[in-house]
Design a protein around this ligand. Structure first.
Ligand SMILES: C[S@@+](CC[C@H](N)C(=O)[O-])C[C@H]1O[C@@H](n2cnc3c(N)ncnc32)[C@H](O)[C@@H]1O
Length: 217
């Protein structure tokens, strides 16, 4: 897996069929396991890129509203066009683009579920806090947000960490791809975002975990 600095405005995230299948192979089981069916729900795919998940609405359940949010308008529309060419009804998909997590198009307290794959792994803490602060008022009280990110193994707090895996990968405290120490991260999130950072779950991703955020009541 090749990680570069976050330059998604210059190089929109548009994947080929093979990579899309790989992304779907771990995102779909995670959605099914942690959310159950999204049928008829309000769902946000935050940092959706070209929306690998939206191809799998038969498996994950077709949300009544699928808010597809990303920095890159090009990635979103590439996904929409490609979904349309594949014969998928995209009428439930609401594109939401922009760099500052402006979620005005999402009604307050409406989201049943929100999900991100490999978004926070590319974001500084400050940017993550903006995302969470803007998202929290959009969540229904029963909802949760699952977001994959790079959490250091317990007891390790280093500027750079080398993940021992097939092709190797390094993560960093202060540059992309970003890693975080869980307890410290949780303390900050809980103090100022309108979310409680509850726990994290293992995920099909080689070294990211799914962190669970629940809205404060
Ligand atoms: C590694 S890609 C993952 C895309 C998609 N979730 C997937 O699984 O294929 C990270 C995505 O986050 C988006 N992103 C990065 N910074 C963002 C920001 N500030 N606001 C919204 N999206 C952002 C990028 O444009 C990119 O599409």
């Amino acid at each position: 897996m090749c990680y570069t600095e976050n330059e998604y405005l210059e190089n929109p995230r548009i994947v080929n069929d093979e990579y899309r299948r790989r992304l779907q192979s771990f995102q779909v089981p995670a959605i099914q396991k942690y959310f159950g069916s999204l049928q008829g729900k309000f769902f946000a795919d935050i940092g959706c890129g070209d929306m690998p998940l939206a191809y799998c609405q038969e498996e994950i359940g077709r949300p009544s509203k699928y808010f597809a949010t990303d920095l890159s308008v090009e990635a979103i529309y590439s996904g929409l066009n490609s979904l349309h060419r594949s014969g998928i009804d995209t009428s439930n998909i609401v594109p939401v683009s922009g760099p500052y997590f402006d979620f005005d198009l999402i009604p307050d307290s409406s989201l049943d579920a929100a999900f991100s794959n490999s978004l926070f792994s590319h974001l500084s803490l400050n940017t993550i806090l903006i995302c969470l602060k803007n998202l929290s008022p959009k969540m229904a009280p029963h909802a949760r947000y699952l977001s994959s990110m790079i959490i250091l193994p317990e007891g390790i707090d280093s500027l750079q960490y080398e993940w021992k895996m097939k092709h190797g990968a390094n993560s960093h405290a202060a540059k992309d791809p970003f890693h975080y120490e869980f307890l410290e991260f949780r303390k900050i999130v809980d103090s100022c975002t309108g979310f409680t950072c509850r726990t994290f779950y293992q995920y099909g991703h080689p070294f990211q975990v799914l962190v669970e955020f629940i809205p404060d009541l």
